[in-house]
Design a protein around this ligand. Sequence first.
Ligand code: RB5
Length: 144
Amino acid sequence: MQSIHIASDHTGVDLKTTLAEHLGKKGFTVVNHGTDSSDSCDYPVLAHKLCAAVEASGDPGILICGTGLGVSIAANRHPDIRAALCTTELHARMARQHNNANVLCLGARITGVELAKAIVDAFMENTFEGGRHQRRLDMLNLPA
Ligand code: RB5
């Protein structure tokens, strides 16, 4: 079964644990990159760690902070990461179908648990449509 990487800062530990359990029940192998403590920590550290694992493995990832904003900004500094901050199932579906997102970002202080599970399901169940969307993805990174 497919692996998925997951990480959060201190604000997202409970949601991370719940989503990891949810994904495990669906048969996914969930790789937890922390944090597992409620002690305050810095979201860019977790975001960069998660993105390195996604880049190395080719598996998708989930990043959680309070709003989802910080982790998405950090993750999108990686040239091979397409991180999508999603607050609806439609966001998650389109992020996969059109943007080929490989990291889903969630805000633990924004999105409730049941909606977060539905967003994760939409993210995992949908795939990239390619075609004209690939042409657009090829334009995302600035020339070196
Ligand atoms: C932590 O208080 C909070 O700033 C962080 O979780 C995140 O929301 C940043 O974007």
